[in-house]
Structures are given as C-alpha cells and as structure tokens.
Write a new protein. Structure first.
Length: 422
C-alpha cells in the first residue's frame, strides 16, 4: 500500500510538469488563433456591432452547451478521453473557420462555426478544472498556478508577437494569407497540447467526488459560491461591454497597425507574465479575497483612461497605451488567479465539474449580454443629442464610460466590505 501511494504521488508530481508543458502548447495556439480573432473579423470587414456579436454570442452558446460536458464525463468515465477528443475537434474547426470566413460572404454561417468552436473550447474548462483540483494540493495552488501561468504566458507572448510580425509582413500584400499562416501554426500547437494531455496522470473515475446529483445554488450550503458566481458573472458583464471591442478601438480610433497591436498585446502580457509568481505568493500569504477586492477597484478606472488616450498627441499615444495595457494586464492577472483559487476554496473538492459548469454558464450569459449592449451602443452617436457627451468624438467612448459606471457599482455592491463576502 505504501509503495502504491508513493507511486501515485510520483505520478501526480510528474503530471504537474506535464500539465505546464501542455499548457504552453495551448498558449501557442491561443496566441496564434484566438488572440487575433477580432483582427480577423476586422479584415473580413464586419461592422463593430457584428464583431461584438462574433466575440460574445459564441461564448453564450458555448456556456450553455458546456453543461453537457458533465454527461459526457460520466459516459466516458474519463476526463482524459473527453478533453483529448474535444481538443482534436477544435483542431479541425480552426481551418474550417478560416475557409468559411474567406470563401463565404455570409455572417450567419460564419457565426455558426464560431459558436461550434467556442462550444468545444468552453466544454474543456470544467473537466480540466476538476482534474487539476485533484492533482494540486490546496496549500500549493497559489504558487503552482502562479508558476504555471507565468510559463504559459511566456509561450503566449512569443507566439502572439510572432503572429503579429507575420500579419504585418503580409498586411500590404495579402492579409488573409497571413491569417492562414498563423492559424495553421495554431492547429499544430493544439495537436501538441492534446498529445501532452494524453500522457498526464488521471485519477480513477471513482476517486474524485463527482456525484450525479442536482445542484441547487439556493441551498444554504451553496450560499457562498452563489455569491461568488453572481459577482463573477456581473463583473464579466461589465468587462464585456467594452472588452470585445478594444482591438477594434485600437485599430479604428487609435489608428494602430498590426505590428503596434502585437507590441501592445505582448508588452502588456510581459508585465502580467512576470507578476504571476508575485500574485501566487501574495495569495498564499494574505488570501484570495483581498487580492480580488483591491485589483477590481483599480480595474474600474481603466475605461476612463482609455478615453483620455484618444485625445493624447500621436507621438505619445502608443507609449501611453503600452503603459495602460501593462497596468491592466498586471491587475487582471492577479484578479484572475485569485478568482480561480477562490473557486477551489468554495468547491472544497466536491462536485467540481458541475459547479465550474455553473460558473461558466452564467459568465457566458453575462458576457453575451454585455457584448450585445456594447456593440449596440458603439453604433449610436449620442454626442449630438446629449450635452454630457459633447466632448466625446466616438461611440466607443460611450461604451467605455458605461463600462466604467457598471464596474464601479458592482464593486460597491460586492467588494466594498473588507470582509470576504465573495
């Protein structure tokens, strides 16, 4: 028995290293594909409202469909089989999306394939969270996920910057061919992610408590996680009002080219990257709630600062954007790490797939509604009708201001108290 326990511990430790390698391959895919979806939509000449729908409605559909992942998990009785299968489907969908986008001039057909993609992508989240919750001891989660996130962000940074260089080199010749190149590299990287995931240790189906029972968040035993999910969904709603349109804002309003966007994305990611170990240690030291509370407070003001950058001189606009994007990455990175660790605290190792699915579902609904509102507002010129907006030159500024207001009110509602209410 002792030998068996030691062997299992050894397998779990080696799997944590394997998971970091697997995540690095996934990060290359993300940096090559998903990070440039908005730019791809822009090249296909969709409107800001259509781009907002493309960025948010598929997440809503995916958040609904991903609830089925729990059923498939019990059918296969293996997270490994489920996740590897989903990743292989994702690999085939990437080139399909590219071909549909460039060959068919049909928004709705294109939207359907984007929805398929995110349904597959989001369905991986809850089984993976459950799997890692078993492999990583609670006392090491902050440090491990901070270290893992840092390595993954290095891979994401390099791949995203490389993708920007490729797109910039083809910008004047054939930008669509450039997207074909980076999407192909992304597919190869996702195959690598599936390969390493296959060799990661998986606990026996009966070891982890994933009972097929109904979860009712109204029950008293779920009151803390209910508050957490409510806050998480509402905050994502406030972020998604402006978030899906930020790259469009950079291209259309701030007049950045692909190389400047790549620089903006990667310099900011570099700051977030080197902060992950710091945030991991900070979370282990002071807890998750203080990090969530203070980081969220700073995140509230970023939309106002993006409005101010629009009025800055052309010579310093990129520099100011780099500073602001870096600060945003710093605080969002710490908040995301703290939120994920806070979820593990609330779940306490039980019903992790179902509870994570609930979180993903409500986030998806909130992101879609927020993106829908942001897309609609971005198409409306309120500056000629309302005195309060007389100095605002673009509908994007109305979106940013609205996002600021909602972020601030949500912070007051959930995080004003220094006690851990979320």
């Amino acid at each position: 028995m002792e030998y068996k326990d030691k062997r299992q511990t050894s397998l779990m430790r080696s799997s944590l290293k394997t998971s970091t390698i697997e995540g690095s391959w996934w990060a290359v895919m993300y940096g090559m594909v998903e990070a440039y979806f908005s730019a791809f939509f822009e090249v296909l000449k969709y409107s800001s409202f259509e781009i907002s729908i493309l960025n948010t409605f598929p997440l809503f559909v995916g958040s609904c469909v991903q609830n089925l992942a729990y059923k498939f998990y019990h059918f296969f009785q293996s997270r490994k089989i489920l996740l590897v299968g989903l990743k292989l489907l994702q690999c085939f969908l990437i080139p399909t999306i590219y071909l549909v986008g460039i060959r068919l001039n049909n928004f709705y057909i294109f939207l359907i394939f984007i929805c398929f993609y995110f349904a597959i992508a989001l369905s991986q989240q809850s089984p993976w969270t459950s799997w890692m919750g078993y492999l990583v001891p609670s006392r090491l989660r902050g440090r491990y996920f901070g270290h893992r996130s840092q390595i993954i962000r290095i891979a994401m940074l390099i791949s995203s910057l490389f993708a920007g260089v490729i797109l910039n080199s083809f910008e004047q010749i054939n930008p669509l061919f450039g997207f074909g190149v980076i999407f192909f590299i992304g597919v190869i990287a996702n195959f690598g992610s599936a390969y390493y995931l296959y060799f990661q240790y998986e606990p026996d189906y009966h070891v982890v408590q994933e009972k097929d029972e109904k979860i009712n968040l109204r029950d008293k035993k779920f009151r803390f996680i209910k508050t957490f999910i409510s806050y998480d969904a509402l905050s994502e709603f406030s972020f998604s009002i402006s978030g899906p349109l930020m790259m469009i804002y950079w291209i259309r309003e701030l007049d950045f080219n692909y190389l400047e966007i790549a620089l903006l994305l990667n310099v900011s990611q570099l700051v977030g990257l080197f902060s992950m170990r710091y945030w991991g240690r900070k979370i282990d030291k002071i807890g998750t709630y203080p990090v969530i509370r203070w980081n969220s407070m700073w995140i509230c003001i970023f939309p106002l600062l993006w409005i101010n950058i629009y009025f800055a001189h052309d010579l310093i606009r990129l520099l100011l954007s780099l500073i602001l994007a870096s600060l945003a990455s710093l605080f969002f990175s710490g908040r995301a790490l703290a939120m994920d660790n806070r979820l593990y605290e609330h779940m306490d190792g039980k019903s992790m797939i179902k509870l994570t699915s609930r979180r993903v579902f409500y986030r998806g609904v909130a992101i879609f509604i927020g993106g829908l509102i942001g897309g609609m507002v971005s198409e409306i010129d309120l500056s000629q009708n309302m005195i309060i907006f007389k100095d605002v030159n673009t509908g994007f500024h109305i979106v940013l201001f609205l996002s600021f207001l909602i972020r601030f009110f949500i912070w007051l509602k959930f995080l004003k108290s220094s006690r851990g209410t979320v």
